[in-house]
Write a protein that binds this ligand. Structure first.
Ligand SMILES: CC(C)(COP(=O)(O)OP(=O)(O)OC[C@H]1O[C@@H](n2cnc3c(N)ncnc32)[C@H](O)[C@@H]1OP(=O)(O)O)[C@@H](O)C(=O)NCCC(=O)NCCS
Length: 224
């Protein structure tokens, strides 16, 4: 199981933090993080329920991570293993994650697929999201997987929908001409775009598009 102790920075101030696997006792905190991270117009039926969380901690506990600040759970990240074929990249969030229930978790899969990441608004821009992502990269390396993959929401796209295709929007975000709250964050974490997918998620702000973004295991050729 995973445990990492470190200091994070709130401006100049250092604050002790712990990254660890989440457990049943954390469920109320995790549900609160989701409510704060995905406010309307994001559909509330996509917030975690207890049955999904039980599946996360039983089917693939290595992929259930949270970060604690002074004993308070401030963010979480969840994944499952899937067999991904880069020649057939199209899928929806619902298909790939079993609608968040991860009953399709495949322990022989080649890819760690991200179900969700969220940090409480009060703790944003402290580097917690990046630490969670880097910790999930540790899991990818430890399990000798090929990649981490996930579909990033693109919640700034609705402002450009009439002038740009989603691909043009992502190109502009990659060039740094436009800032997107999720895609720019994923780029800062070292993830690279693979493909824009239509009807990825029921998400008004992203006009239902998502961008598949991957991080490849740098040891991949050595471990194969
Ligand atoms: C996306 C999210 C997890 C980021 O968490 P966070 O802890 O604030 O991010 P971090 O502080 O670790 O930021 C890491 C890097 O991304 C950048 N970043 C973070 N938020 C950003 C934003 N809104 N716009 C541009 N860049 C951003 C930071 O500047 C930082 O860059 P650096 O490493 O070069 O210093 C958080 O904003 C969130 O929970 N959003 C709502 C839920 C959501 O949409 N999740 C994604 C689902 S696909």
């Amino acid at each position: 199981m995973y445990r990492k102790e470190l200091y994070v920075f709130d401006g100049e101030r250092t604050v002790p933090a712990v990254i660890r696997n989440y457990e049943e006792r954390d469920f109320p905190d995790l549900i609160r993080i989701q409510q704060e991270s995905f406010p309307p117009p994001f559909p509330s039926e996509l917030w975690w329920n207890e049955e999904q969380l039980i599946n996360h901690v039983t089917l693939f506990p290595q992929g259930a991570l949270c970060i604690e600040i002074n004993g308070e759970v401030a963010g979480s990240m969840t994944g499952l293993l899937v067999d991904f074929d880069p020649k057939h990249p199209d899928h929806s969030w619902k298909e790939m994650t079993d609608n968040g229930y991860i009953r399709n978790h495949n322990s022989d899969g080649n890819t760690l697929y991200v179900v969700d990441i969220g940090v409480r608004p009060a703790y944003r821009k402290w580097g917690l999201g990046k630490w969670l992502m880097f910790s999930m990269y540790d899991v990818v390396v430890h399990l000798r997987l090929e990649r981490l993959l996930g579909g990033g929401r693109m919640p700034g796209y609705y402002k450009y929908e009439n002038n740009m295709s989603p691909e043009q929007y992502i190109d502009a975000v990659v060039k740094g001409e436009i800032n997107d709250p999720v895609i720019s964050f994923l780029l800062h974490c070292g993830r690279s775009p693979v493909k824009v997918v239509m009807n990825y998620l029921d998400d008004e702000e992203s006009c239902n598009y998502g961008t598949l973004m991957e991080w490849k295991n740098p040891f991949n050729k050595l471990v194969k």
